[in-house]
Ligand binder design. Structure first.
Ligand SMILES: [Fe+2]
Length: 135
């Protein structure tokens, strides 16, 4: 069974899909079952991938990818960043291209939320963030 917001990838063609309504069926692409994409569990590349929340000078908030900025080259870049409220009702996402800044502004998302980002090479990273804890 799939769940809301899960991501799946086709190992053959590279399609990535997100579940926007859960069901019992198996997701299939190119004639094969799709692989569920899990968030990274190892902390080894967290400094360049884990979403962090930053309060800007004008009292706005940004999600940045990594405490050390992630590369944004043609070969290695962040494909998207998103924030989802705790109840799952509100989502804000930005799709990125190489050379763009790996950031998402958060004007209209709740105080506590889950953030995640997807690196085209290293995969999915997620973090629970709170505006109270932003610096
Ligand atoms: Fe990466």
């Amino acid at each position: 069974m799939t769940e809301l917001n899960e991501l799946y990838r086709c190992k053959i063609c590279g399609n990535i899909v997100e579940v926007v309504g859960s069901g019992f069926g198996e997701l299939v692409c190119c004639g094969k079952p799709m692989e569920k994409i899990e968030a990274a569990k190892e902390e080894t590349m967290y400094e360049k991938h884990l979403p962090v929340l930053v309060k800007t000078e004008n009292d706005k908030y940004l999600i940045r990818v990594g405490s050390v900025e992630h590369p944004m080259t043609e070969e290695h870049y962040i494909m998207f960043i998103e924030a989802v409220s705790k109840d799952g009702k509100y989502l804000k996402r930005v799709f990125l291209n190489p050379k763009e800044k790996p950031e998402l502004d958060l004007e209209c998302v709740c105080r506590h939320f889950k953030a995640r980002e997807f690196c085209n090479i290293h995969g999915l990273y997620e973090a629970e963030l709170s505006k109270e804890k932003a610096d």
